[in-house]
Each structure stands twice: as structure tokens, then as C-alpha cells.
Design a protein around this ligand. Sequence first.
Ligand code: TRP
Length: 448
Amino acid sequence: MNDRALFATKIGVIASTVGSAVGLGNLWRFPYVVGTNGGGAFLLTYLFCILLLGLPLMMSEFMVGRKGRCNASVAFSSLSSDKRWNVIGYLGIAASIIILGYYMVVSGWVVDYLYQSIGNDFVGKTGEEIKGDFVDFQSNPFKPLMWVAAFLVANYIILVRGVTKGIEKASNILMPLLFIILIVFSVYALTMPGAKKGLEFIFKPDFSMITGKVFLAALGQAFFSLSIGIGILITFGSYFKNNSNLLATSFTVAMLDIVVALLAGVIIFPVIFSFGDAPTQGPELIFVTIPSLMQHMGFPHFWSILFFTLVAVAALTSTISLCEVAISFINEKFSLNRKQATRILLSLVAILATLSSLSFSTLSEFKMFDMTFFSFSDYISANILLPLGGLLLSIFIGWRVDKNLLLHEFSLNSKLPKGLFKGIIFVIKYLAPILISLIFLSQLGIFN
Ligand code: TRP
């Protein structure tokens, strides 16, 4: 374990973590949950969750990996002899498999849109027509599944060939490019007639909208977007140098992640209000608005191919990170090789993805707690399993790891005052467990 290569540069660490963090969570999920949870009030709660809870937990995952020099499935047992803490690892694996199940479906939609962009299929269509086409596509049982299968195969090839490093290198160029394109799109979106209304919708909080439900959605989205709660950041941390600055690294990643999500919001809501659409439409939001926006820009063919290629790559770097935790677990626990482990994982994911994809057609009447299989997978993983992982992680770090060791690990190589790091430890030990528990309890209707 000790001979694992360490990241040579700071940029290498940040780029890989950003590759995992920036994905459909920012571009697809963020606008859709902002839209369904009331706009500005949600955004404020989301930023609060990222800065107050997300950052300390991100540092904690990094710290566990850097200290233990191993991945999530071994990390907990190496830090504590009490086997029960392994439950955090198991929860993470369950969460990653469930997330993969519907993430692959949305990635499949992205690949279909890339295909349509190449064929220039959106050209000259009105917003209504684009929306109609999307609904037709979704309610066809076979076509979306074909794209899911294609995306699964791409993941398989990358994971088995061990070319994840190559993909990460490519994304070092492609992610900054995505960033630039988002800036171009947002400048364009801001010139549209609905810009003012759109900006008001996401930036003007109506405090009366902040309820337990909104808080839980914001917490779930914060963890989802930063990739916290399944232990993948433990694996990344295990490649850090001993003296890497955890706060600076976590802060940089979180800022880049927030900026990408905000840009997505600044693009989508002005467009929505310009076309007089509802921000609450849910998972199809970006698939309807982005092509409509591009029809109003010059060179729509060029922009749409470029945009959907980059979104597909962003999705790919995230699914690879989601697969990694489960693969190394299957690999180590059942002493199977990487190829076998990848096959087992992706077969499981294929089953879940089929059920999720069919939730929009054949299985649309099949409900679990009033949700389709797709929505249920999204809800249970992001809003329950990830926060639960975060809750247990904060208890584990806050109460099992020696406080002086924590202080030393967190503040290493930082010139910031020790008081700040004591504050972070206070958050992990007390505030995070209490706040996350309260948010959970509020969902059970205890405070109503
Ligand atoms: N953060 C990614 C996104 O925003 C999704 C993701 C990748 C993830 N790895 C994760 C979410 C681990 C939770 C845990 O799209």
C-alpha cells in the first residue's frame, strides 16, 4: 500500500477531484433541484450546506485516505479496530451503485443529444417541438436503453483497460473548455428577455420557502455535487502527499464545483423565463432548455456538438469515480480480478439502469413511496444515503480520531490561525452530526 504513486503536482490532485465532482450533478441535477425547490432560498441553503458541512467532511475523507494510504474499503478498519465502522464503507458502496443506476440513464440521454446534435436534428425547432421530441424519446422503451448500453460499454472499456489516467488527462483540457463554453452560453442567456426574472428566481431568496424538505434537498445536492459520502475522496486522499494542504485543496474544488453549478443556473433560468416555461419541470429541464437556447445563437450545430461532447465527458469522469469505490471493494473482498469485478458491478448497474430508464415508459405506473424507480433511486441515494454516510463519517472522525492528531492533519502546511481548524473540528464533532440528524428528523414530521 505504501508504494502507491503520489500526485506529483497540486494541479493533478485538484484536476482529478474536480473531474469527479463536476458532472451531471452540476449541469443537470443542480438546475432541476433549484427549480423544484423554489429557487433562491434553495441556493442559499445549498451554499450554506457546502461551506459549513461539505468542506469539513471533504477534508475528513481526504484525511482518512492520506493517513491510511488505502481506499475506503480498508480505511475504516485501519483507523479503528471496531468492525462496526465498516458500515460506512458498505453504505457508500450501496449509494454508489444506486446513483450509477440512474446516472447512466441521464448520461444515455446526453449521448442521444450528442447524436442528434451531430445530425443537426434540433435546427429550426421551437422549444415546444424540442420538448415534445424529448417526451417521445423518453417514453420509447428501447431507444434510451440503447444509449445507456453504449455508455456502459464506454465505462467498461475505460475501467478494464485501465485507461482512467488517459481520460483524466483529456479532461484536464476538456473541463476548462467546458468552463469557457458555459461562460459564453451564460453571456448569451443574459441578453435574453427573461434574464432579469431568471436571475431573480435563483438569486433572490424567499426565506419563507426554507423548510425541512428544502434543507434535506440542499444537503443531498451538496454531498452529491462534491462527491462526498461514498468514500471516493478517501481514495483520492490516499494519493496526496503527506504535507498537502487539505483546506486549500478542498476549498478550491468546492469553489470550482459551485461556479460550474451557478453558471448552469445562470444559463438555464433566463432561458426558461424567456420562453415562459415552468422552472419546476424536473429532470428534463436542461434537455429542453439548452437546445432551445442554442437555436437562438449563431452556429447552433457547432455549439451543440461541442456542448454535448463536453457534458458526456464530464459525466464519464464522474461515473468512473462512482465505479471505482465498488470495483476496488469487490476486487479486494472476493479476491476477483479487476475485469471480473468490473463485470459484476456493471451488470448490477445495467439492471438498475434498465428499471430507471423504463420508469418513463413501461414502468411509469410502478411506484415506490409515490415515486417512480428513477426518482426513488435519486431520492434515496442523494437525500438519504449520502447524508447518512456524512453523518457517520463525522461521528467516526469527530469521536474516534484523536483531537490533536486531527488538528495537526487538518492544519498541516497552512498559515491560517489554529482557531479556524478548531472551528472545523467543532463542526465535525458536534454541528454536523446534530444538524444532519435534525434535518432527517424533520422529514419524519417530528417538528410539524
Ligand atoms: N459529483 C458528481 C456530479 O456532480 C457525481 C459523483 C461522482 C458522485 N462521484 C460521486 C456523487 C461520489 C456522490 C458520490 O455529477
